[in-house]
Design a binder for this molecule. Structure first.
Ligand code: ATP
Length: 777
């Protein structure tokens, strides 16, 4: 038995401190077992170092099923497998062999893409690669009528796009391409290439020059593509990991009619990072649109420019007029090779393409400028007391902000520095501290910005998905006719991957919760496919064990789980981050708690809790959890915003107040709810309104309840579509082209489930020979 796995000369992988894994081979293997039943195996690695190990026959037989780092050396494949297109073709399927193939393809042969069964692994090149042009699109378009292994084309994003398109055509079924990976891994770029593929695949441009090819894309397709610069301007920012990081998740459905021609798009977004509006980490920026506006303001009409209070604004930090919301990072405002003024023009053009005219655009910019001025309102201590004051007479920022938002400055100052307390029917005012007042001011800014973002998404949906294409209304027919013609969609889900930083907060908690849900769906999908394959090949099989992350999901979203406790605490006027963590500890750590194994002790004090996620343990610092979860403004500010004489501000914040309640926030096929036509369940705690579009009062849905509901609707929608997976991987931290850091890549493959699926495959039938290879052997 041992000899059949490890005989003299068998090639293996041996662990190496420097490189992770290096080649080695079996030097000797004892021919019979010792008294204790073990065999002695000696290996020699490429550095001529000898390693001796003892193992029982059973352990030897199991070697490929356990974590290879703790077990006997995994087996190496023959060199002819060094560049296989699909990892599942590897006779020996283990972590070092997988890394070896991906590294060899990427670093040596400049091949970014490798299949791993149903998953396409995409390694970021960090440089322009000429593989996305119209000629390449044409080569892949139609190629998937053949099976993948009959193709002479390399693995590509376009294979996945084409497979989705063909499957939609063939089965008349909606498709979803799930693109995931950590920040900077290349999700958004991949999603854009897929959208561009869909928009131009039907265009035969073989005889056209580039400009002709571009202009031959119809206006509907232009509109669909125009959503990208808009979402990037308003939802992307420079972070320490990525100069153009998407700070929200998105699900974009490209809608097709019965001729499989694009007729529009629908977008659903998830959890925009609000905290960035008022604060950015070192070397990070606020959302791109603010810098675009400041730099591009000179391009606005003379009559408009002065009104923003941005004319001649100097963005240098030394300048006393700089905006607090743009300078907290104390970094340079410039991003290398990015021209904010030119991008402002692109954003404006894209807004026009989706039907937001110049006048509306100016209204949006006025609100954005209002947000910047809002951040500059000075909040001071009242002399000899802790109470906050705003000097209405001298505060120019207050005057400008309130002018732009059309709100009474004195009322705003008063509401911000004092809160109204209702005690048994009697109302009285109590002073806020400076910190509290600053929190309220920033909360208003975040709320307005988030509302603008939601308004934009809704507006895009109205023009591209629900309400008919603006430009082509007469040509294409009414919206009713349009939805009748709409048959199927191909969606791209571009969603943040698992996050684990030194300091993790509410955002990471939500992101990792989303990843737990998607991982569960992914694993059960792979698992089902694996068993279907066995059935097709008439192979005898017993149930394969796979790590079920349901206990972790129960801990988060269960009846008395973290989300429920967070909401409960957020609704109490007396609730604080401290009382929240106390509640978590008392409920989830009790000796009788079913969550003990997943909800772990945090080693450093009582300000954080630790969850054992499928991709590793993560500790979350509770500081700011309640404020982020409440995510709305005090009632007095709500009245101020809704009472503004700025009609556009009212329209925008109405969308913000109704998110999670209003059906438009989750447009769907037929306009009746979530994607795929299911009515989205109302977030827990949301108040009812019989009139659509009316702001409702009562219990406000919290951020986590809105998120939980939208995740639920998303996972249901995904279940009704055929799924395709792209896992984007960052090959190194320094963003260098063609540099491959094996341990960094392995960690990402583990976090996105690729290694887990390979483990599932290994638990079943780990070795797969092609018939011809098997016969030859
Ligand atoms: N296919 C590609 N070709 C060339 N460069 C790429 C490609 N994919 C990604 N990049 C480079 O990597 C950067 C980061 O990619 P991208 O913004 O798509 O990452 P992401 O995974 O969406 O990150 P985040 O989660 O932060 O939004 C891009 O700005 C680009 O410079």
């Amino acid at each position: 038995m041992a000899e059949s796995i490890y005989s003299k000369g068998t090639k293996v992988w041996l662990e190496d401190k420097e490189q992770g894994w290096i080649h080695g081979e079996v030097f000797s293997c004892s021919s019979s077992a010792h008294e204790d039943g073990t065999l002695e195996l000696t290996f020699v690695n490429d550095r001529e170092k000898k390693i001796t190990m003892k193992a029982t026959l059973k352990e030897i037989a199991q070697n490929t099923t356990r974590d290879p780092r703790k077990n006997l050396p995994p087996l190496c494949n023959a060199p002819e497998y060094d560049r296989v297109d699909d990892l599942t073709q590897l006779p020996h399927l283990n972590e070092p062999s997988i890394l070896h193939v991906i590294r060899n393809r990427y670093a040596t042969h400049k091949q970014l893409y490798t299949y791993s069964g149903i998953v396409l692994v995409a390694i970021n090149p960090f440089t322009d690669v000429p593989i996305y042009g119209q000629d390449v699109i044409q080569a892949y378009a139609g190629a998937a009528v053949k099976k993948r292994d009959e193709l002479d084309l390399s693995p590509h994003l376009f294979t996945i796009a084409e497979e989705a398109y063909r499957a939609m055509q063939r089965d008349s079924q909606d498709q979803t391409i799930i693109v995931s990976g950590e920040s900077g891994a290349g999700k958004t770029e991949s999603a854009k290439y897929i959208m561009r593929y869909m928009a131009s695949m039907k265009t035969d441009v073989s005889n056209m020059i580039h400009e002709e090819a571009v202009s031959s894309v119809t206006s509907v397709e232009h509109q669909v593509l125009a959503t990208n610069p808009i979402l990037e301007a308003f939802g992307n920012a420079k972070t320490s990991k990525n100069d153009n990081s998407s700070r929200f998740g998105k699900y974009i459905q490209i809608l097709f009619d019965s001729n499989h021609t694009i007729i529009g798009a629908r977008i659903r977004t998830y959890l925009l990072e609000r905290s960035r509006i008022s604060f950015q980490q070192r070397s990070e920026r606020n959302y791109h649109i603010f810098y675009q506006l400041c730099q591009g303001v000179a391009t606005l009409p003379n009559s408009e420019r002065a009104k923003f209070g941005l004319d001649g604004v100097n963005l240098e930090l030394t300048d006393g007029n700089s905006f607090r919301y743009l300078s907290s990072s104390s970094s340079s405002f410039k991003i290398d090779n990015v021209d904010d003024a030119a991008n402002f023009a692109t954003t404006r053009q894209a807004l026009s393409v989706v039907g937001i005219d110049s006048e509306r655009q100016l209204s949006i910019f006025r609100l954005l400028a209002g947000i910047l001025h809002l951040g500059n309102i000075d909040i001071q201590h009242r002399r000899d007391a802790k109470d906050a004051i705003i000097d209405c007479k001298s505060d120019l920022a207050l005057a400008k902000a309130m002018e732009l938002l059309s709100i009474d400055a004195e009322r705003f100052a008063r509401c911000t520095t004092k809160k109204v307390i209702d005690a048994r029917g009697e109302k009285y005012e109590s002073a806020r501290t400076v910190d509290q007042a600053v929190g309220v001011r920033d909360g208003v800014a975040k709320f307005i910005y988030n509302s603008i973002f939601d308004w934009l998404v809704r507006r895009i949906n109205d023009s591209l998905g629900e309400g008919g294409v603006v430009v082509e209304e007469t040509e294409e027919g009414s919206s009713e006719e349009r939805s009748r013609r709409e048959r199927t969609f191909i969606a791209v889900l571009d969603i943040y991957g698992f996050e684990h930083f030194q300091m993790n907060s509410f955002e990471q908690f939500c992101i990792n919760y989303a990843n737990e849900k998607l991982q569960q769906q992914f694993i059960s999908h792979v698992f089902k496919l694996e068993q279907t394959e066995y059935a097709q090949e008439a192979i005898d099989w017993t149930t394969i064990d796979f790590s079920d992350n349901q206990p972790c999901i129960d801990l988060i979203e269960g009846k008395l789980g973290i989300l429920a406790l967070l909401d409960e605490e957020s609704r109490l006027a007396t609730g604080t981050d401290d009382s929240f963590i106390d509640k978590l500890n008392s409920q989830l750590k009790s000796p009788s708690s079913q969550h003990k194994a997943i909800f772990k002790d945090h080693l450093h004090g009582n300000e954080a809790f630790t969850i054992a996620h499928y991709a590793g343990d993560v500790s979350y610092n509770v500081d700011g959890f309640l404020e982020k979860n409440r995510g709305t403004v005090p009632d007095e500010h709500r009245d101020l915003l809704m009472g503004s004489t700025n009609v556009f501000l009212r329209e925008v914040v109405e969308v913000g107040f109704n998110v999670g309640i209003d059906r438009h926030a989750f447009p769907s096929k037929g306009g009746s709810g979530g994607p795929g036509g299911v009515i989205s369940p109302k977030p827990e705690g949301a108040a009812h309104s019989s009139e659509p579009g009316k702001v409702v009062s009562g219990r406000k849905p919290t951020q986590c309840s809105v998120f939980k509901t939208s995740l639920l609707t998303l996972t249901e929608a995904l279940q009704r579509t055929s799924l395709h997976y792209i896992r984007c991987v960052k090959p190194n931290e320094s963003k260098k082209p063609w540099v491959f850091d094996g341990s960094l890549v392995a960690a990402q493959l583990r976090a996105c489930g690729v290694l887990e699926t390979i483990r599932i495959t290994s638990e079943g039938y780990p070795t797969r020979w092609r018939y011809e290879d098997f016969v030859q052997r």
